[in-house]
Ligand binder design. Structure first.
Ligand code: GDP
Ligand code: IMO
Ligand code: MG
Length: 429
């Protein structure tokens, strides 16, 4: 098979960017298939740190073709800020990156709508990244969206019409002073956004579904890079506390135009523990010293919004569910080093709901879910300098074996630090 998919199995920020960059030398094409600048994918190598928002994480490794697929929503202003930085550091962005004509645009008014919808939800707000993701996808499904390909048509008229429609909705959501502030904000945002549009026009727009299938027919290989995580999927995640796209494996098919029978490996990526940013249920969330420790040792602050990530133990109920939905063939475990100093590590093996035990992820986990834990002895040594699995202490090997047995999928890659070099492949075959 020539198409592999790498996606998050938890609530995002599993370390997808780091591993996509690590795997890039093995592929010809790297493609993003959903999400937008709500993503923040961090890469560290040769003493530098980069955060990618809309650009695929294959952009740094030689002359690979990177594609922003039709399933992505793109904000020209944020794209410009991101891409110009990399161009300044010598990366030939315009050669390496193609953008689907069918990718939808995030307009400045989408961001205003995102904020207004969140405010209207009050205490039950989703805690979005504020990047206009929900409103942009809403316009896509309600057949009102603007697409990258529209930049090659009568764009000004289409833009004015969309803006008008959005302002009509906003009028009903905001009071007088909020409206005045929003209009001031819009004037500034629009200026930067239009500069972004001019910049975006310098890139190659393609009918990427044709381009991709042609390349695959020629024998080229492709890695599809997921954003967010399975538990944030609009269908299968902890709805309504989710993002607005299909983050699961099927999203790679619809977000790139790749047929399911082209897909080979599905890499499912998880942290050795669990985090979540924003609102919504999190059965294994910790509010004690262990939670504090995970936050501080793991530097668990969002790459996009800087928000503190909520931390908890690994949740095998949610992971089994994610593995099932995605057909995961290979697991990747990240941030193992963050657990180095723990005496005991806990793993949630089942939930207790209304006095009954279940190992199936339920319809709603909002109230009354009690995690049932299994305790595993910690390894109490520094993993971060290790370069091969032969160096792993017995207790860490036991943790790996325990997870593999519980999840019925092999752990193919183990990450022991943020740097590209701190990535250990296990040779299981
Ligand atoms: P993504 O959105 O899935 O790409 O993940 P993020 O980049 O948002 O968050 C992962 C964070 O963990 C980043 O700051 C990475 O640099 C860092 N990271 C990745 N792998 C490891 C690891 O194995 N150990 C440690 N300590 N940090 C890691
Ligand atoms: P990466 O790709 C973690 C969360 C937000 C919020 C919910 C909806 O870096 O893993 P949205 O702005 O998408 O409408 O917000 O989804 N969220 C993420 N959490 N990592 C991400 O991306 C996320 N993208 C969105 O915090 O709870
Ligand atoms: Mg992230």
């Amino acid at each position: 098979m020539k198409v592999d998919v790498l996606l998050g199995l938890q609530w995002g920020d599993e370390g997808k960017g780091k591993v996509v960059d690590f795997l890039t030398p093995r592929y010809d094409v790297i493609a993003r298939f959903q999400g937008g600048p709500n993503a923040g994918h961090t890469l560290e190598f040769e003493g530098h740190k980069y955060v990618l928002r809309s650009i695929p994480s294959g952009i740094f490794q030689g002359d690979k073709l990177n594609i922003i697929g039709n399933g992505v929503v793109l904000d020209p202003a944020l794209f410009k800020a991101e891409a110009e930085d990399f161009e300044a550091s010598g990366i030939p962005m315009k050669q390496r990156l193609h953008i689907s004509r069918k990718a939808h645009l995030i307009l400045p008014t989408h961001r205003l709508l995102d904020a207004a919808y969140e405010k209207a939800k009050g205490a039950s707000k989703v805690g979005t990244t504020g990047k206009g993701i929900g409103p942009a996808y809403t316009d896509k499904t309600s057949r009102n969206g603007l697409r990258v390909g529209d930049l090659e048509r009568d764009f000004d008229t289409l833009y004015a019409k969309a803006k008008e429609r959005h302002l009509g909705i906003l009028r009903g959501l905001l009071n007088e002073s909020e409206w005045d502030a929003a209009m001031k904000d819009l004037a500034e945002k629009e200026k930067v956004w239009m500069e972004g549009v001019s910049y975006l026009r310098q890139f190659t727009f393609t009918d990427s579904e044709h381009e991709i299938n042609r390349l695959l027919d020629e024998g080229k290989s492709m890695l599809c890079e997921g954003a967010q995580g399975t538990m944030l999927d609009v269908d299968f995640g902890s709805y309504p506390f989710v993002t607005s796209s299909n983050t699961v494996c099927a999203g790679a098919c619809s977000g790139l135009g790749v047929a399911p029978n082209r897909i080979g490996r599905v890499y499912g990526i998880m942290k050795a523990y669990c985090t979540r940013v924003g609102g919504g249920p999190f059965p294994t969330e910790l509010f004690d010293e262990d939670g504090e420790k995970l936050t501080s040792i793991g530097h668990e602050y969002g790459a996009v919004t800087g928000r503190r990530r909520r931390c908890g133990w690994i949740d095998l109920v949610a992971l089994r569910y994610a593995i099932m939905i995605n057909g995961v063939t290979d697991l990747i475990m990240m941030k193992s080093d963050v657990l180095d100093t723990f005496e005991t590590i806990k793993a949630c093996v089942a939930y207790e709901i209304d006095g009954r035990e279940t190992d199936e992820f339920p319809y709603s986990v909002e109230t009354g879910v009690k995690p049932i834990y299994c305790e595993i002895p910690g390894w109490k040594c520094d993993l971060s300098q290790m370069t091969s699995e032969d160096e792993f202490p017995e207790e860490f090997n036991n943790y790996i074996s325990f997870l593999e047995e519980e999840l019925s999928v092999p752990i193919r890659i183990v990450s022991v630090g943020p740097d590209r070099e701190q990535t250990i492949e296990r040779y299981l075959d």
